[in-house]
Each structure stands twice: as C-alpha cells, then as structure tokens.
Design a protein around this ligand. Structure first.
Ligand code: PLP
Length: 445
C-alpha cells in the first residue's frame, strides 16, 4: 500500500469511501500519512500535535512499539480463531482487564467496540431482571448501533429515534447548565437524584432493567458528577432492583486518572462497558465486564448473543501489551499528575485570560473548555448541535499552528494520549492560547 501516493489516497477516498455521520459531498478529509507518539503528519508534511487521540482512543499514543510488536508476534503465531475456542491472547487479556475492574466484575465478554458492548450489557440486564426499559441521560453518547444510538442523548439520536427501543432519558447533573436551577454541587446532586427518583417512580420501577451512565460523560462535555451523585444512583438502583451499567468506553483505562472513572466515586456497577483505551484502538476491541450475580444468570442458561470476532486474538494481544505497558510505565499515575500539575492549572490560567472561556472542567487527561459569547448569560459560542464562525476560526488557527483539536458544538476538548509529556502538553496549550487570541481579535474587528 506504500506505493499509493497521499494524493491518490485522497482521490480514492472521495470516490469510494462513505464516511460516518456526514453529508458526503462536501467532505474534505485530512490524509494522515504518518503518526508517532503524540504527533501525526498530513499529506503536505505538516506535523500536528494530536490533542484528540483521534476519537479519544490512542491512549498510549501512535505506533507504540510494544503494542505494534505484540500485534506482529500474534499475527505471526495465530491470527485468528473463532470465539468458541480458547487462546492465550484472549485469556490473558480477560485476566488483565478483570484485575483492574472494580468489585466482582470478573467475567469479560468481548465485542468489536463500544456500541455493541452497550447493546450486550443492556441485553444481559434485560434477561437478568426480566424487565425491558432502559434509562440514560440526555447529555450522553453510547454508540451508533440502533439501541446504543437511542440510549444516546445527543443530537445523533434524533434521526434514528424510532421510539421502539424502550429507552427513556433523564437529566444528569451539570452544574454550569443546571436543569434544576442549582447553584452549588450539593444542590445539583440532591436535585438531580430527586429528579431521577421521580422518573423511576413515574416510569414504573418494576419495568426498568437498567440505568446506563457514562461515569464521566465524555463527548457530551466531560462533566464530572458532583460528589455523591453516583453513590445516590447506585442506591436508587439497589432499592428498585435496577442494574447499573457504567459506560467506561471513553473515560476508562486511565483517561480520567484512574483505571476506571467510576473509581473516583467508589461505586461498583453491575456491568461495565469498555473499548477504545483497552488496546489504544490499534485493533477494534470492546467488551462488557460482568458481575458474579449476572454471570450466574447465564451459568446454566445459554446467553443468547455473540459475535464472529468476539475476543479476536490480534485485538486481545494489543490489549495485553497496552495493559502491561500501562502497569510497567505507571501511565495511570502519569495521567492523574498531568491533570493536577499541567492541564488544570494551565487551563485555569487560560480562562482568566480569555473572555470566551466560560468554564474549564476535567481530570486526568480528560478536559473540556466551555466557550461562551457572554460569561453572564452563558450564551454558548456555538449552538447545541451546531458550530459557529468563531469556533471554526479557533479550530483553523489551531491547526495552522500545529495542533489537532477536538471540538463538539461550543466546546473544545483536550484529550491527547496519556503518554504525552508535560512539555508537549504545554506546547499544545500555548497553541490553543494563541488560537483563542487570534480568533477573538478577528471577531472584534
Ligand atoms: N460509549 C461512549 C462513552 C463513547 O464515547 C463511544 C464512542 O465514542 C461509544 C460508547 C461507542 O463506541 P464505538 O464507536 O466503539 O462503538
């Protein structure tokens, strides 16, 4: 494939590749020709610092030699086997994952990614409880398959909402844009829990199989739940026999400065879904970690679900190398320190300098800045579900200066690889600083 020029790759892409979530005709995808560590290169030879980890999955950066070697060695030994057989890559990946998941989540069902992990977690919860309905928050993303996109709260659900999936949405806590007119974390927590309690009562507790929550909502805005909220949800679930499904697809595997973000709340869910960071996305892999009680439901009764590539050896070998590297190189500790020592202080400094920054929030290597046109009214700098000339100007100025930023509506997310050095992180934050200055002065002209 190396003899295909980047220009030819672009031409063939525009002719034959149908892209996700997009109107096709106007697309202009960047051709990535090379990637290493925290950087990527485009077809014009420009080097960009990857503050996106692509779709927040290259947690150990690009072309990590240990993961590349593990995939090569697995490919040379045993490329693939069907799910019914056992093999060393899959067994060891499951053991390593279970060694880090909280509580008794010790059985691992492998999928190809995050959406199907959520689909299977819900199926398990429904069969375990004998109930159908599933609750999730408006500000969430759970995947692109039919049930997962209906669990999703963000606008990607709208065109897919057939009303037949048994999903019900509620408001999660988000103090900056409180749905409950709260002004403190405590108020937000109490009111959000009271609201959820009412939704459960009015939907009928005996009809609800599961509540699905991102432990820290990611694409929806990196909103850290107020202390005590997730414990409160756990308590409501216990009271009504509802399964708690923690979606850790984006927040898990070190991104939030813990192996799993739910550890911040010291809560053990009944099911935990993962993907992305489990193997840095080098080969598609996701899965569900299952509690002992739910496992017992399927001890003597067949689980009615499966995938051709469940626990694919190449993907699992990449997971083993990823998790071993994270352990050996103390990546989770590094991610936590980057949050407290670099991203937190530097972003708060940026907020003091730029009027457009309404709020900075995050932990570990999982940060968002919320951009507003007016700090008093908190008017978003781009509408919900859309973009604006100001956002486009910030993004363009960033990439011109060598930073690949992640944007969602009126927010910019700072989500580079967890392996990023403090110096590289500062390099990216400096570029963002300059891009904000440039875009703001252009808009005032
Ligand atoms: N859940 C969360 C929290 C996600 O962020 C994503 C993807 O961004 C998904 C689920 C879906 O994962 P996938 O795209 O691998 O199906």
């Amino acid at each position: 494939m190396s003899d295909l020029t980047a220009d030819r790759a672009y031409e063939l892409d525009r002719k034959h590749v149908f892209h996700s979530w997009s109107a096709q005709a106007s697309l202009d995808p960047m051709v990535i020709t090379k990637a290493e560590g925290s950087y990527i290169w485009d077809r014009y030879g420009n080097r960009l610092l990857d503050f996106t980890s692509q779709l927040v999955f290259t947690n150990l950066g690009h072309q990590h030699p240990r993961i590349v070697k593990a995939i090569q060695e697995q490919a040379a030994t045993l490329c693939t086997v069907a799910p019914a057989y056992a093999n060393s890559a899959r067994s060891e990946a499951a053991r390593l994952i279970a060694s880090h998941t909280p509580g008794d989540l010790n059985r691992i069902f492998f999928t190809n990614g995050g959406a199907d992990a959520n689909e299977h977690a819900v199926r398990m919860a429904r069969l375990h409880t004998g109930r159908h309905k599933v609750l999730s928050t408006y500000r969430s993303y759970h995947g692109g398959t039919q049930l997962a996109v209906n669990l999703t709260g963000d606008p990607r659900r709208w065109a897919n909402d057939t009303g037949s999936t048994g999903t019900v949405h509620f408001f999660g806590p988000f103090l900056y844009r409180s749905a409950f007119s709260a002004t403190t974390d405590e108020e937000e927590r109490e009111r959000a829990l009271a609201h959820l309690e009412q939704v459960i009562a009015l939907e009928g507790p005996g009809t609800i199989a599961a509540i699905v929550l991102e432990s820290i909502p990611g694409t929806a805005g990196i909103m850290i739940p107020p202390p005590g909220y997730l414990q409160g949800v756990r308590e409501l679930c216990d009271r009504h026999g509802i399964m708690l499904i923690a979606d850790e697809v984006m927040a898990g595997f070190g991104r939030a400065g813990k192996w799993f973000a739910i550890e911040h709340a010291e809560v053990v869910p009944d099911l935990l879904t993962f993907a992305k960071g489990v193997n840095s996305g080098y080969v598609p892999l996701g899965g569900v970690a299952i509690s002992e009680a739910i496992y017992q439901t399927f001890a003597d009764r067949p689980y009615p679900g499966g995938l051709t590539y469940s626990g694919h050896p190449l993907a699992c070998a990449a997971a083993v190398a990823t998790i071993e590297t994270m352990q050996d190189d103390r990546i989770v500790e590094h991610a936590a320190a980057l949050g407290t020592d670099v991203f937190g202080p530097a972003l708060r400094e940026l907020a003091a300098k730029h009027e457009w920054i309404g709020e900075v929030r995050g932990t570990g290597v999982f940060w968002a800045i919320e951009l507003v046109s007016n700090r008093e009214t908190r008017e978003p700098l781009a509408p919900y579900g859309g973009t604006s000339p100001q956002l486009a100007a910030i993004l363009a100025a960033s990439s011109r200066r060598g930073l690949l930023p992640f944007a969602n509506f009126n927010r910019i997310h700072l989500v580079p690889p967890l392996t990023i050095t403090a110096a590289e992180a500062h390099e990216g934050l400096d570029i963002l600083d300059q891009a904000l200055t440039e875009a703001a002065s252009a808009s005032h002209r």
